[in-house]
Design a protein around this ligand. Structure first.
Ligand code: PLP
Length: 460
């Protein structure tokens, strides 16, 4: 219920706690140098507030833990599988559901079948693993976001929308090379921005005209549905679960990471209606993930996801979730920190290119800012910019369209006072932003660079 209170009320009370450890600044500096300035290389125990990702880092509910006890570990046809399948189909009624150990496994199976040299896959914005899995097959991954989606300071209620005219042009020219069109809801790499139902309908119509299937990368489907409910005309009175079913009805299939909105710590799935595709994907799944009624997951994981899916569309939960992310964004904006607006569903994105405007993009301002947040207060964030996306297909290095630092908020994990602390850390870094130096890469792998790249601070 929204009774108009100013305070964000977390719609749960704490059930068990996990102590955190405070390092001092000198220790943090040492740990960061040992990690060669890559925050993925830190020990999580050395992090105070971990905003690296919202993926798999949420807190499960007492109902989910109870469901874990019901986990049945039969190799084939376990009751846990049937409960999982029913929960997925309740929201996404596709004929075939293939569980996977996480989202990228679903991507790998799908694109191993439909990708390949000469193919092109459009998306509003491909997430990094999606792009990498497409490119690994020799296919091309193309981002067709609306122009506002590339402008960090432009207000637009649905900045994740696809540029429908650009899609039309691509399909008119190369339709035969497009195995499927994807829409990422919400658009993680573009700032966690939602896609409107109207845009999904328009994309669907273009796909139908050209006979191309539409797939959702639906990791944050519930947050996307909440934005539709609160921002799109005609949806205020529609239940979030019904909005989700409507989104699903416009698509032919989906990939999913259950580590996001389904409130689980592991899991994912691939789902669609196409029977021949199902046969090929199932055979691949058996090769790498496991039998198709567990797909790399334990029965207890399937149970946790089944319960999490129902909790994900709870409207009190979603109201709190979106309000707490907005709370962080509003406070940073009041401090004059350049943030991507409007705020996304799962994270606040700082525009590091503007925040550290004295640093050229090829000296990785996002990486520099992420490191500074850790040294200042033990806050771990993630660069989403030139480190992640700077490598071109021909191997050269170019500035990414934006240099962002993502403060991803794990679900049901941190309280308002944790967020107040993060705000204070950013404020302190802002006070000395002009002193921060850029980064030089000492190692950059060819793909998914941000996970294992290594850096050194440039001299003053
Ligand atoms: C939009 C999107 N797609 C796909 C994935 C990949 O999912 P996973 O990390 O479970 O492999 C992610 C993960 O962050 C994501 O945000």
């Amino acid at each position: 219920m929204d009774d108009g209170f100013r305070t964000i009320i977390e719609p749960f009370r704490i059930h068990s706690v996990e102590p955190m450890r405070m390092l001092d600044r000198a220790e943090r500096q040492r740990r960061l140098a040992e990690a060669e300035y890559n925050l993925f290389a830190l020990h999580a125990d050395d992090v105070l507030i971990d905003l690296l990702t919202d993926s798999g880092t949420g807190a499960m509910s007492s109902e989910q833990w109870a469901a874990v006890q019901r986990g049945n570990e039969a190799y084939a046809g376990a009751p846990s599988w049937f409960r999982f399948e029913a929960a997925v189909k309740e929201l996404f009624p596709f004929r075939h559901v293939l569980p996977t150990h996480q989202g990228r496994a679903a991507e790998r199976i799908l694109f191993s079948v439909v990708g390949g040299p000469g193919k092109v896959v459009p998306n509003n914005t491909h997430f990094d693993t999606t792009r990498a899995n497409i490119e690994a097959t020799g296919a091309e991954a193309v981002d067709l976001i609306i122009p506002e989606g590339r402008q960090p300071r432009t207000e637009h209620p649905f900045k994740g929308n696809m540029d429908v005219a650009a899609l039309e042009r691509l399909l008119a020219g190369r339709g035969g090379d497009v195995p499927l069109v994807m829409l990422t809801i919400t658009n993680n790499s573009g700032g966690g921005q939602p896609v409107s139902m109207a845009n999904m309908r328009a994309v669907r119509a273009v796909c139908a005209r050209h006979g191309r299937p539409l797939f959702l990368d639906a990791c944050r489907f519930a947050e996307n549905a909440w934005f539709i409910k609160t921002r799109e005309a005609g949806y205020a009175g529609v239940a979030v679960a019904d909005i989700v079913r409507e989104m699903a009805s416009l698509a032919d299939g989906m990939t999913m990471s259950a580590k996001k909105d389904p409130l689980a710590n592991i899991g994912g799935w691939l789902a669609f209606n196409d029977d021949p595709l199902a046969e090929q994907c199932r055979n691949l799944e058996i090769l790498t993930e496991g039998f198709p009624t567990y797909g790399g997951l334990a029965g207890r994981d399937l149970e946790a996801i089944a319960v999490g899916l129902r909790e994900a569309v709870d409207e009190d939960y979603l109201r709190y979730r979106i309000a707490s992310v907005r709370y962080l964004g509003d406070a940073l904006r009041r401090l004059g920190v350049p943030v991507v607006v409007p705020f996304g569903g799962h994270a606040i994105f700082i525009d590091a290119r503007e925040f550290l405007s004295h640093l050229p993009p090829l000296s990785y301002p996002g990486q520099s800012l992420a490191c500074a947040l850790y040294v200042e207060g033990g806050v771990r964030s993630c660069e989403i910019g030139t480190v992640m996306f700077g490598r071109q297909v021909d191997g050269t290095e170019q500035p990414a369209p934006m240099d962002l630092v993502r403060l991803a908020v794990p679900r049901r994990t941190y309280t308002q006072s944790h967020l107040d602390y993060v705000i204070e850390v950013v404020e302190r870094v802002a006070a000395k932003a002009g002193d921060l130096v850029g980064m030089k890469a000492t190692y950059l792998p060819g793909r998914l660079r941000h996970f294992t790249a290594r850096f050194q601070p440039l001299p003053h």
